[in-house]
Design a protein around this ligand. Structure first.
Ligand SMILES: C[S@@+](CC[C@H](N)C(=O)[O-])C[C@H]1O[C@@H](n2cnc3c(N)ncnc32)[C@H](O)[C@@H]1O
Length: 306
């Protein structure tokens, strides 16, 4: 699978401003993706500066390596989950870093590529593709397992909590009913279940966004354990920041932002980090018009005290 669609970096000016790049600093891009943010950081470094680009998706690493070939002496690529942050730095014999960026969630190459089974787009090519949703294609748990093996209660909780889906109970029930007849394999299978479980007025109302988006997001967050890895990585990163070092997190989901905010609060009251601003930054209207995928972004910054 080749990446054809490049992800547009979200809030690029804010990322660069608040990372406060030192030319000879050491930085980590924990969510390399198409390498947009990484390129902007690499451009500001001198020969002594380094950036470690982590992505759990090998396709993202391959793509970024090609795109950023001009910076090959400054960038070290790591195909791993950022949840292993400290052990990644240990392997590279790096004690502390000047700044870290986490730009959470999936990349355009996940959403735009039917083979990856992330998208609810109702095109012929996409409808027939298998639901997968693994960012790391070598992990075993996929959306197929969640849909066909989880108990009804577990499904309901995932759809309600991660997806914030108002019809979570009805959809979970329908998933369990339908899979007794046939497994839920394709994007179309899941869309059909959602259609059977929800009233037309809900599906056609703009008020709730696209009717399938919440279910797809909830399942994706479960498959990739997105909240759990975020919770585990923040203390590791802060532990490895130099004095004055920065951590920037861009989140796209209220539960992600809640985790970030709570970690900030606890560490700020223990005088481990300080915050340049309390409320998260959000993209400008101009940016959202250019890149609608940025619309739900929230950016927070931690600065390490000692
Ligand atoms: C929103 S994209 C990042 C886009 C990037 N900032 C750019 O400018 O192109 C998120 C990327 O992070 C990766 N990712 C998400 N969660 C991860 C995790 N826990 N560990 C490693 N990579 C992760 C995804 O595979 C995806 O490629």
């Amino acid at each position: 699978m080749k990446i054809k669609i490049e992800h547009i970096p979200v809030m690029p000016k804010e990322v660069i401003k608040f990372l406060n790049i030192k030319k000879n600093g050491v930085y980590v891009d924990g969510t390399l993706g198409s390498g947009g943010h990484c390129q902007m950081i690499a451009q500001l470094l001198n020969k002594k500066g380094k950036i470690i680009g982590i992505d759990q998706d090998i396709e993202a690493i391959k793509f970024a390596k090609k795109k950023l070939a001009a910076f090959k002496n400054s960038i070290k690529y790591v195909n791993d989950n950022f949840v292993n942050f400290e052990s990644i730095l240990d392997k590279l014999k790096i004690k502390k870093v000047d700044g870290v960026l986490l730009d959470l969630g999936v990349s355009s190459h996940h959403l735009e590529n039917p083979e990856r089974g992330f998208s609810f787009r109702e095109s012929k090519e996409n409808l027939d593709s298998e639901i997968d949703m693994r960012m790391n294609q070598s992990q075993s748990l996929s959306a197929y397992d969640v849909l066909n093996k989880y108990q009804e209660d577990e499904l309901k909780n995932i759809l309600f909590n991660f997806g914030e889906e108002p019809y979570a109970g009805q959809i979970a029930k329908k998933i369990v009913q339908i899979r007794k007849k046939h497994p839920i394999v394709t994007i179309n299978d899941l869309l059909s279940v959602i259609k059977l479980a929800t009233p037309p007025k809900y599906r056609f109302s703009r008020k709730y966004g696209y009717y399938a988006s919440k279910v797809f997001r909830g399942i994706r967050m479960e498959v990739n354990q997105e909240l759990l890895v975020l919770q585990k990585v923040i203390p590791q990163i802060v532990n490895r920041l130099k004095k004055g070092g920065r951590l920037i997190i861009i989140s796209f989901h209220s539960l992600e932002d809640r985790i970030v905010k709570q970690s900030f609060r606890e560490m700020a009251s223990a005088k481990i980090v300080k915050l340049p601003f309390k409320k998260p930054l959000t993209p400008s209207k101009k940016e959202i018009i250019k890149n609608p995928k940025a619309s739900s972004a929230k950016l927070r910054v931690f600065i390490k005290y000692n």
